[in-house]
Design a protein around this ligand. Structure first.
Ligand SMILES: Cc1cc2nc3c(=O)[nH]c(=O)nc-3n(C[C@H](O)[C@H](O)[C@H](O)COP(=O)(O)OP(=O)(O)OC[C@H]3O[C@@H](n4cnc5c(N)ncnc54)[C@H](O)[C@@H]3O)c2cc1C
Length: 440
């Protein structure tokens, strides 16, 4: 077996020290290693286990929570060179991939067979399947197709001491044993290193119809999104942009979105002409403006507002992207309450939401990059997490806990569940070498 490539080059280490959260770990990692095979990952972990050296598994480093940051003394296990799609089996509806495959590349490869890999985080052109699995990433399409967990059938995982196990199955059904696959999904690199995944593919749907509906305010937009569910329409995606977000996009891109209404709802349906007609009727009821299309170029234009939102907000200052979920029926309370929190702390908050599944991304504009985060921003974030729990929701819908939300996780879980989760961590990683200080 050949040895994996290692580097201690300080400039390379600096690129593997951070993720996209703005979290600054203490010091610089000791080394970065680039395995190409599961055996090489096993070798790295066997040595790290023996020497009790912390190991931070890493995909593309796009985490928004500090989950993939690496501080002094850690080895960064960079999995991006394990990037092969090993099998695509259209008859079985599965793909077998290495962890470093870029998500969008798998989706494109599946499309050649009339299939799709459904999970589509907005980072799908840059993030990896391994990172998506470790964070249980969501995305725009998960209103209909679920989060990453709903597409993972089985995993190959290297444990902290270097042993390799396979979990789950290669079939579409199967219930044998405890569901270790689900346990590893979303474990943020703290229980094992994913070195292979068997993933579910789904048929490409009928032509998709995209709607952009403007409303007088978020209350009307939220009501329209809830009315879709009541009418038993299952949108593929349903994205809400509030007034502050529309203002930011108009200022950045020279568009006039805000003129058509103070809230914008972008909806896609893929269930055929009848469903599209029903969706148009529901959305049109209170809309101040309603556009729809099946044309690919026009679809991209309608979706451009959603895709351009984050870059537009970044022009206002450093974005702290929060990620709460509330029951859909409580969205109408959550969205205005977030605007009230913004006013109370005198800090801009732009809210984007995957309303189909109640997932809100309040984006707090927290000073300028490089400056300390203003105390008002921290207080606003705290109140937003409190709001989520008060409304019966959760502190993270898709981005995970990382280092930023550990205290809030303890509150959400309660002492007994929290303690059980710590015991699970100790069982899988008794020496605490895997991504220490993250997720729990
Ligand atoms: C512009 C932008 C848009 C985004 N949009 C979304 C979105 O819509 N939905 C969403 O959910 N997230 C989104 N994210 C967050 C991020 O892209 C996801 O969390 C993604 O899943 C991280 O993948 P990655 O390859 O970058 O993983 P990394 O950031 O490298 O790692 C993330 C976590 O996974 C662990 N990990 C990585 N690979 C492995 C492995 N093979 N085995 C075990 N553990 C591993 C790491 O230790 C870390 O804990 C966005 C980020 C950006 C920058």
């Amino acid at each position: 077996m050949t040895a994996p490539e290692w580097s201690t080059d300080p400039s390379l280490l600096d690129t593997r020290r951070l993720d996209r959260s703005g979290v600054e770990p203490q010091g610089r990692p000791a080394a970065v290693v680039f395995p190409r095979t599961p055996e090489q990952v096993q070798e790295v972990l066997r040595d790290a286990y023996a020497s009790r050296t912390p190991v931070v598994p890493r995909g593309a480093g796009t985490a928004l929570t500090g989950a993939s940051t690496a501080g002094a003394g850690a080895i960064v296990l960079d999995l991006t060179r394990m990037d092969r799609i090993r099998e695509l089996r259209p008859d079985d509806g599965v793909a077998v991939v290495e962890p470093g495959v870029i998500t969008a590349e798998l989706d494109r490869a599946a499309a050649a067979y009339g299939l799709r890999y459904a999970p589509d985080p907005a980072s799908l052109e840059i993030s990896t399947i391994g990172g998506n699995i470790a964070t249980n990433a969501g995305g725009l399409r998960c209103a209909k197709y679920g989060v990453t967990r709903d597409s993972v059938l089985g995993l190959d995982v290297v444990l902290a001491d270097g042993r390799l196990i396979s979990t789950g199955r290669a079939t579409l059904k199967g219930v044998a044993g405890y569901d270790l696959t689900s346990l590893f999904v979303g474990s943020e690199g703290t229980l094992g290193v994913v070195v292979g995944a068997t993933l579910r593919l789904r048929p490409l749907p009928d032509p998709t119809v995209t709607f952009a509906a403007s409303y007088r305010g978020v209350a009307d937009a939220v009501a329209a999104s809830v009315a879709l569910a009541t009418a038993r329409i299952q949108p593929l995606l349903a994205e809400l942009l509030d007034e502050a977000t529309l203002d930011a996009i108009d200022a950045a891109d020279g568009t006039q979105l805000r003129k058509a209404g103070s809230a914008l709802l972008i909806v896609q349906v893929d269930g055929g002409p009848r469903e599209a007609a029903d969706a148009a009727a529901v959305l049109g009821l209170a809309a101040t403006d309603l556009r729809s299309t099946t044309d690919a170029v026009e679809t991209a234009e309608l979706l451009a507002a959603r895709r351009g939102a984050l870059p537009a907000i970044e022009r206002l200052g450093r974005p702290l992207i929060e990620d709460i979920v509330v029951p859909r029926s409580r969205l109408a309370e959550a969205v205005p309450e977030i605007a009230t929190i913004a006013r109370r702390h005198g800090i801009p908050i732009c809210t984007l939401a995957h309303v189909g599944d109640g997932n809100l991304h309040p984006i707090i504009v927290a000073g300028r990059p490089g400056e300390p985060i203003p105390a008002a921003a921290e207080r606003a974030a705290d109140e937003i997490f409190g709001l989520a729990l008060r409304l019966g929701g959760t502190i993270t819908g898709e981005h995970g806990v990382g280092v930023l939300k550990r205290a809030w996780l303890a509150r959400e879980l309660g002492p007994v569940s929290h303690d059980l989760q710590r015991q699970l961590k100790a069982l899988f990683d008794p020496r605490g070498i895997l991504n220490p200080g993250k997720a729990l």
